[in-house]
Design a protein around this ligand. Structure first.
Ligand SMILES: [Fe+2]
Ligand SMILES: [Fe+2]
Length: 228
């Protein structure tokens, strides 16, 4: 039994969205994901850190969730900026149940446990959001969601999962970093960065939290093992 993380599967099995237009790093990515997951067993848990499906609604994303469901182990999903299919937790759970999808649960406004660890997370916030109106409102909402999730850890050691990097070369999101540090998150995993932006990722210890980039193309489509 082991815990893994990987973000940005960017599946589009129900839509016409070839990923190799994003560069040779994405060539044949569905098969590579399948290979990457083949080392896992039914006992394992993988946190999927957002940008899971290109589908804009449940109908379009169903083939992607059937694909994920067939991969070994349980999966916890959080929201990415491209997850337009995302809905209320109740509707997502009903959608999974109605379609016989049994291995996927949601990390959103809640927290899950793995051994002694609390698994906390939310989508997060990134400077790209500055382009949009009401960015302060969006940031405050995400900070609130993260804090609510961290509170539910109730003293357990914390592993945090975000879609957006809370820090980046030349960028910090002080509000998110402060909350992670305040609650004593041991490690934080994030995705969203692709291709040439990988080189601007900040990984390792920062403010007492150990950060790791887990976007699928960075991991070459092999889930990152966190612990047994
Ligand atoms: Fe993203
Ligand atoms: Fe992405």
């Amino acid at each position: 039994m082991a815990l893994y993380a990987i973000g940005d599967l960017h599946l589009g099995l129900g839509v016409d969205k070839p990923m190799d237009v994003f560069g040779p790093g994405w060539a044949d990515h569905v098969r590579r994901l399948q290979d990457g997951f083949s080392q896992l067993t039914g006992e394992d848990l993988t946190v999927l850190c957002g940008d899971t499906s290109w589908g804009i609604d449940f109908r379009e994303s169903l083939p992607d969730f059937q694909f994920i469901d067939a991969l070994p182990g349980k999966k916890l999903i959080l929201k990415g900026n491209h997850d337009y299919w995302w809905n209320t937790a109740a509707k997502m759970k009903r959608f999974f149940a109605e379609n016989g999808i049994t291995t996927i649960d949601i990390l959103h406004n809640n927290c899950h446990f793995y051994g002694d660890y609390a698994l906390c997370g939310t989508r997060g916030w990134f400077f790209e959001e500055d382009q949009k109106p009401h960015n302060e409102k969006v940031l405050a909402r995400e900070v609130g969601r993260l804090e609510a999730s961290l509170k539910l850890a109730a003293g357990r050691p914390i592993l945090a999962f975000l879609h957006y990097p809370p820090l980046y070369e030349g960028y910090r999101c002080p509000e998110i970093l402060r909350v992670l540090e305040q609650y004593g998150a041991e490690r934080c995993f994030y995705g969203h960065l692709h291709g040439v932006t990988h080189r601007r990722a900040i990984q390792g210890l920062f403010g007492g939290v150990d950060y790791s980039l887990v976007s699928a193309d960075w991991l070459r489509f092999v889930p990152k093992k966190i612990c047994d």
